[in-house]
Design a protein around this ligand. Structure first.
Ligand code: PEP
Ligand code: MN
Length: 262
């Protein structure tokens, strides 16, 4: 199981030749959503140049409103795979239904988003695969619920799980989500699994991404997931929290001063 009592040593995953976990820091970067071939290729090249080790990008998007951009779906996955082919960066993208699993065959890490953290059928299905899973903490999930969601994936036989803290709902309304930094030491105490921080969805605004990234590193997180767009003002999703390419370069230079990686 995910409990450290049963498994005292830290889990280090190996994905596409990259180690992920305690002592191996990774940055997962890219746009909230894949929007076009030129957009994903431009962002992929840029984040690779700055030192990201994985390209992120949504193709199936869980949007609050049915009238908002829903993602490019299968076409978006194709463009992500093309960006992977051109840059060599492995890719992370969100799944919303077990019916799509076949489409994700060449995806390196499947993201299970905050809104599906307790989609038990999806958890069970991902547990039956051997794909690495990036499991994001639910919007209002307790630590117990978060770890139990990971346990569902483990229970099916898939032990390739990376946890991601992306902020939780609190009474505070001036930030999008409240980054629960204590999730990092808590997970490290209770579990052997790697945990990364997504400062972008916590902050909701780009100016807070760098300070929250610093806090993530100080807390002992195993990596960062950061939204980056080549033209944030025109982004179809999460533009306000997306770093532009020069800002991402600055954040990465700062990250490299604070943590030893690659
Ligand atoms: C995302 O990564 O773009 C996303 C939808 O994140 P979350 O599930 O954490 O809201
Ligand atoms: Mn997003």
């Amino acid at each position: 199981g995910v409990n450290r009592k049963m498994h005292p040593q830290d889990t280090i995953l190996e994905v596409a030749g990259r180690k992920i976990g305690e002592g191996y820091f990774n940055v997962f970067a890219g746009p909230c959503s894949v929007e076009s071939e030129s957009q994903i290729l431009e962002v992929a090249e840029a984040v690779k140049k700055s030192g990201a080790s994985f390209l992120r990008g949504g193709a199936f998007k869980p949007r609050t409103s049915p009238y908002s951009f829903q993602g490019m779906e299968a076409e978006g996955l194709k463009l992500l795979l093309e960006a992977k082919r051109q840059t060599g960066l492995p890719i992370v993208t969100e799944i919303m239904s077990e019916k799509h699993l076949d489409l994700f065959a060449d995806v390196d890490i499947i993201q299970l988003g905050a809104r599906n953290m307790q989609n038990f059928m999806l958890l069970k299905e991902l547990g039956r695969s051997q794909k690495p899973i990036l499991l994001k903490r639910g919007l209002s999930a307790t630590m117990e619920e978060f770890l139990m969601a990971a346990e569902y994936i483990f229970a099916g036989g898939n032990h390739n799980v990376i946890l991601c803290e992306r902020g939780i709902r609190t009474f505070e309304t001036m930030i999008r989500n409240n980054l629960d930094i204590s999730a990092v030491p808590l997970v490290k105490t209770l579990s052997h699994l790697p945990i990364i921080i997504d400062p972008s969805h916590a902050a909701g605004k780009r100016d807070m991404v760098q300070p929250l990234s610093r806090a993530a590193i100080a807390s002992g997180a195993d990596g960062l997931m950061i939204e980056v767009h080549n033209d944030p003002k025109r982004a179809l999703c999460d533009g306000a929290q997306s770093l532009n390419i020069p800002m991402f370069e600055t954040v990465m230079a700062d990250v490299k001063r604070r943590v030893a990686f690659e």
